[in-house]
Design a protein around this ligand. Structure first.
Ligand code: FAD
Ligand code: SF4
Length: 503
C-alpha cells in the first residue's frame, strides 16, 4: 500500500495526526498541498484571508521539504486535476487526510473521483473530540456554555485547586464589562512586514480577476508558526493583564484593544488551543495576573471556541438553513463598502474589517450582527457576508456564531435570548455615537438612530415568539409602556428605512 498525504490549507501543523503517524517514513511519503483558484472564487473572500492561507501554506510546504517529506505544491484551477495526476504518478493507493472541520468541504472530498481509498484521521486541533462533545450534550436538556466550560476546566485541570475553581468563582465576567474611558492607552501590537513569499502571493492575488473584498496592501498578519508564537507571547506579556477590563469596549480607530488577535492562527493550525490556554495559565501563576483577565481569556478558548465547534459538529446540515424569526431582507450594499453608510458605528466597524479582515467580538456581535438581527436581514445573507469578510472565518465557526449567537436563527439552541440592543448599549460601550449624524436618544423623528427604531420594531414584531423565552419578560414589559403612537412611528420609520434605497 502506498500512502499519500493531502495537507489542507487550514491544517498547517506538524503535529496533525496524518504527519505524526507517518513521521518515521517521511522521506518515502508523498505529501501534497494545493491552492485552488476555483475555491477562492466561491465567494468574494477578503483578500487578506487569501494572502494568509496561501502564504502560510507556501511557508509550511517549505518547512516540510526542509524536514525531508516528499512535497508537491500545486497552484491550480481546481483540486481534482492535480490530485488525480499526483495519485497516478506516485501510485498512491491510500490518501490520508486530517478530517476537515467544515461539513461542505468534507462532503466535497468524499464526492471526488479518485483512484484510491481515502482515510480520514481524527482532527486533533480541538480539545474535545466530536464523540466526547456528543456524550456531554446527550446527557442534558439544555446545552449551556457555562456548564460545558466548567466541565472543560475540570476535565483539563485548568485554573483548578483540587475540584474547586481558582479564586473561588468559575466566572469573573461581571468585572469585564467596563465602558471605555477617555484617552485609554492601548498596547502596541506585533505586526509583520510581508516577506518575499507573502509579496509573491499578494501579486498573484492582485492578478486574479475574480470578485474579492477588502484591502490587500495593508496585510501584516503573521504567516508562520514562529510568528504566530510571537503574537501569542506578545499578547501574554503586553495585553493579557488588562484583557478583561475593557473586553467589551469599542473606541474609534482602536481596532484591537487588548484582544489577542490569535483566531486567524488557531483556525489554521499555527497555534494549538492547549498551548494558548497553558500560556495564559502559566502567566497567571508566574506573574500574579488579575484572575478576571486570565479566567476571561481562558473562557474564550476553552469555553466558547470548543463549545461553538462542538455544537457545529453535533447539529446536522439543516442548521445552516435555520431562520427562526423568518427574516428575509437583503443585505444592504454598505456592508461591502462601509464608508457609504452614515451610521457611524457601522461605518467604523465595516471600514476596520475592510482594512484588516478583523473586528473584535463585541464589534461583531453588538454592532454588525445586532444591526442585521433587529433590521430583519436574512440570516443566511449575513452569514455569507461574515464568511467572506473575516480573516478567521470558516463554516464551523460561522454557523454557530452568526446564525446561533448573532441571529438567534436556531431558536435558542445555544443562546437563551437574542443579542439585540438599541443605541443605548452602543453609546455606553463605545465613543461612536458622539460622531454620528443620528441622535442616539431619539427614536421617532427623522434624526432618530436606526438602532432605536429597529430595536423596538423587532421586539414588537416578534413579541409572541419572544414571550416563550423567559429572559425577555422585562423588555416585553417595557414594550407595553411605550405609547401606541410612538410605537407606530418607530414601525413606520423601520419600514421607511427599507423602502429608501439610499441608506
Ligand atoms: C457574529 C460573530 C462572528 C464571529 N466570527 C468568527 C470567525 O469567523 N472566526 C472565529 O474564529 N471567531 C469568530 N467569532 C468569535 C470571536 O468574535 C472571535 O474568535 C474573536 O473576536 C477573534 O479575535 P481575537 O483572536 O482577538 O479574540 P479574543 O477576544 O482575544 O479571544 C481569544 C480567542 O477565543 C476564541 N473565541 C472567543 N469567542 C469565540 C467564539 N464565540 N467562537 C469561537 N471562538 C471564540 C477565539 O479563538 C479567539 O481567538 C465570531 C463571533 C461573532 C459574535
Ligand atoms: S447614534 Fe446610532 S447609528 Fe449612530 S453611532 Fe450611535 S448607535 Fe450607531
Amino acid at each position: 500500500m502506498t500512502i499519500g498525504i493531502w495537507i489542507l490549507g487550514d491544517r498547517l501543523d506538524h503535529n496533525q495526526a496524518s504527519l505524526v503517524t507517518y513521521q518515521d517514513r517521511k522521506h518515502q511519503i508523498p505529501v501534497i498541498l494545493i491552492e485552488s483558484l476555483n475555491y477562492a472564487r466561491q465567494r468574494p473572500y477578503h483578500q487578506q484571508k487569501l494572502v494568509l492561507i496561501w502564504s502560510a501554506m507556501r511557508h509550511f510546504a517549505a518547512d516540510l521539504k526542509a524536514d525531508n517529506w516528499l512535497v508537491s505544491y500545486e497552484i491550480a484551477e481546481d483540486f481534482i486535476e492535480p490530485l488525480q495526476r499526483w495519485i497516478k504518478d506516485n501510485q498512491i493507493s491510500e490518501l490520508v487526510i486530517t478530517q476537515p472541520c467544515d461539513r461542505p468541504f468534507y462532503n466535497y472530498i468524499q464526492s471526488l473521483d479518485l483512484a484510491c481509498q481515502i482515510n480520514f484521521l481524527p482532527d486533533n486541533h480541538f480539545l474535545w473530540s466530536r464523540e466526547e462533545f456528543a456524550t456531554w450534550a446527550k446527557s442534558r436538556k439544555q446545552l449551556l456554555m457555562e456548564d460545558f466550560y466548567r466541565q472543560g476546566r475540570k476535565k483539563f485541570n485548568i485554573l483548578m485547586e483540587k475540584d474547586k475553581p481558582v479564586g473561588g468563582k468559575w466566572n469573573y465576567d461581571k468585572q469585564n464589562r467596563k465602558p471605555p474611558k477617555k484617552n485609554l492607552s492601548t498596547p502596541q501590537r506585533l505586526w509583520f512586514k510581508p516577506d518575499d513569499i507573502t509579496q509573491e502571493v499578494i501579486q498573484h492575488i492582485e492578478k486574479q480577476d475574480f470578485p474579492k473584498y477588502g484591502d490587500i496592501k495593508s496585510f501584516n498578519w503573521g504567516v508562520t508558526r514562529e510568528q504566530a508564537k510571537q503574537v501569542l507571547e506578545h499578547f501574554i506579556t503586553e495585553c493579557l493583564p488588562n484583557f478583561g477590563t475593557y473586553q467589551d469596549a469599542m473606541v474609534t480607530g482602536e481596532y484591537t484593544m487588548w484582544h489577542s488577535l490569535i483566531s486567524p492562527y488557531l483556525n489554521i493550525g499555527l497555534l494549538h488551543p492547549m498551548e494558548v490556554i497553558k500560556a495564559a495559565e502559566t502567566a497567571y501563576y508566574q506573574n500574579d495576573l488579575p484572575i478576571n483577565s486570565v479566567e476571561g481569556f481562558i473562557r474564550q478558548v476553552l469555553g466558547w471556541r470548543e463549545y461553538m465547534h462542538g455544537i457545529y459538529q453535533y447539529s446536522d446540515a439543516e442548521y445552516s438553513n435555520s431562520n427562526w424569526f423568518d427574516h428575509n431582507h437583503p443585505l444592504p450594499d454598505f456592508f461591502w463598502d462601509g464608508k457609504t453608510t452614515q451610521m457611524n458605528c457601522l461605518k467604523q466597524c465595516l471600514t476596520q474589517v475592510e482594512n484588516t479582515g478583523y473586528a473584535h467580538h463585541i464589534q461583531r456581535l453588538m454592532v454588525l450582527n445586532n444591526f442585521a438581527l433587529i433590521s430583519g436581514i436574512n440570516p443566511q445573507e449575513i452569514e455569507n457576508w461574515f464568511h467572506s469578510a473575516f480573516i478567521d472565518a470558516y463554516d464551523w465557526v460561522m454557523q454557530t456564531n452568526v446564525l446561533g449567537m448573532g441571529q438567534f436563527a436556531d431558536g435558542g439552541m445555544l443562546a437563551s435570548k437574542p443579542y439585540a440592543a438599541s443605541a443605548n448599549y452602543i453609546n455606553k460601550m463605545s465613543d461612536y455615537c458622539s460622531n454620528c449624524i443620528y441622535d442616539k436618544s431619539d427614536r421617532t423623528t427623522e434624526k432618530a438612530c436606526p438602532f432605536n427604531y429597529f430595536y423596538w420594531d423587532f421586539i414588537s414584531r416578534h413579541q409572541d415568539k419572544l414571550k416563550s423565552l423567559g429572559r425577555m419578560n422585562l423588555i416585553l414589559g417595557n414594550l407595553k409602556r411605550i405609547p401606541e403612537t410612538e410605537l407606530k412611528q418607530m414601525n413606520s420609520l423601520a419600514q421607511k428605512w427599507w423602502n429608501n434605497s439610499n441608506h
